[in-house]
Design a protein around this ligand. Sequence first.
Ligand code: ADP
Length: 180
Amino acid sequence: MTRALYPGTFDPIHYGHVDIATRASAIFSKVVVAVYDAPPKKLLFTTEERLSMACIALAHLPNVVVMSYSGLTVNYAHEAGASVIVRGLRNVADFQYEHQIGWANHQLAGDVELCCFFCNGDYAQLSATILKEVASLGGDVSQWTPPHVQQALSDKFSQIATDGQAAKIGGRQGKLSHRS
Ligand code: ADP
């Protein structure tokens, strides 16, 4: 009865992530997909949005739950009762990164093991960054992420475009009123 933690930013979740969660759920008794609350990188979606999208994308997997967390991943692994951290590997860069983080985690908590899955070849080049870039330009991302995430991406970029437009108009109005 080994419980695993699958941590990540999931900004947003895509089929590469779903594939890893699905395969982990077939091996471990329970998989806690842990959405990191405050990563040191700029995010498109809020924690609540990322959590909600992941919940819907993984709802068909009965032994998978989705939670958010902050702080050290190993501390959250202990809190969640997980003795294994699951990560996905796409390429050598992922390997090098996971090797280093895995070493640090092991120094911090020797009782938490790392289990890396080689990604499904269909998603080897897929990243949340590529997904967001294509979606921001109106490209078709249906082969990479579920319909509700496609919708969320489309809504988010429409909102950003509207806000940008409003800011421009606001800026002009500001100048106009300043001069008048
Ligand atoms: P990070 O946790 O590094 O901020 P993500 O949230 O995007 O990055 O990814 C969470 C985990 O999912 C990481 O282990 C990452 O390597 C893995 N992953 C990301 N994209 C894919 C993919 N296309 N196929 C399989 N695993 C992936």
